[in-house]
Design a protein around this ligand. Structure first.
Ligand code: PRP
Length: 215
């Protein structure tokens, strides 16, 4: 099983998805190009689900307790849970937390705001589901919060995208991502839950955003 897939700057577009590469109307001024096409994402989500189900069986876990990071992680978490179900995995419990360091900006504020009620994670094995690890501040803060303030038994992390070149130096060797879909270059991306100033979350693929499309 692959630990991750490295995405080249030119992108990963499956031959099946090639005809969908033109954008019109409201999308045209925001989207530069498809970076990871929907067939690639679908396949990778399936692989991650298979890996998770295997690990859950090894651990003899009777259910999988997710903490989904809103808003970005919601689309990925839904797809992942459906695949786990299709593979005959254990029941999936959804918890949601809001963590935001960007707001409507494109540069991290450096402060992670956590909100939302997290029920009963005490003594439980948690999987955080997130769309992207960029500087790593959000995931590092959330993991610490769940372990120390909410007393989870263990916290693992599943991120669809990882942009390691942007990681805060202090977190470079300290933030372990247990499951990663794709490792991407330092390109501003959106789609599949990730936003560009609150737009483009609905796209079923990941796009590179035009700089002038960024507010
Ligand atoms: C984005 C993304 C991650 C975080 C990653 O969230 O969804 O949560 O940034 O960045 P980091 O690794 O530099 O902390 P954002 O603050 O944009 O909120 P959103 O999920 O509501 O879009």
């Amino acid at each position: 099983m692959k630990t991750t897939i490295q995405v080249p700057v030119r992108g990963l577009v499956h031959p099946r998805d090639r005809k969908k590469r033109t954008f019109s109307g409201a999308y045209r001024h925001r989207i530069d190009r498809v970076l990871i096409s929907s067939t690639w994402i679908r396949r990778r989500v399936r692989e991650l689900a298979r890996q998770l189900v295997g690990d859950l069986r090894l651990r003899r876990s009777s259910e999988l307790e997710l903490v989904v990071v809103l808003k970005g992680g919601a689309v990925f978490a839904n797809a992942l849970a459906r695949e786990i179900c299709r593979l005959g995995g254990p029941p999936v419990i959804f918890n949601y937390i809001t963590a935001s360091s960007y707001g409507s900006r494109t540069v991290s504020s450096g402060t992670v705001r956590i909100a939302g009620q997290i029920p009963f994670v005490r003594n439980k094995d948690i999987l955080i589901v997130e769309d992207i690890a960029d500087t790593g501040l959000t995931l590092a803060r959330l993991k610490e919060y769940l372990l120390t303030e909410r007393r989870a038994a263990s916290v693992r992390i599943c991120a669809l995208l990882d942009k390691p070149s942007r990681r805060k130096r202090a977190l470079k060797n300290r933030l372990a991502l247990d499951y990663v879909g794709f490792r991407i270059p330092d390109i501003f991306v959106a789609g599949y839950g990730s936003d560009c100033a609150e737009h483009l979350r609905e796209l079923p693929f990941i796009v590179a955003v035009k700089r002038r499309g960024v507010k």
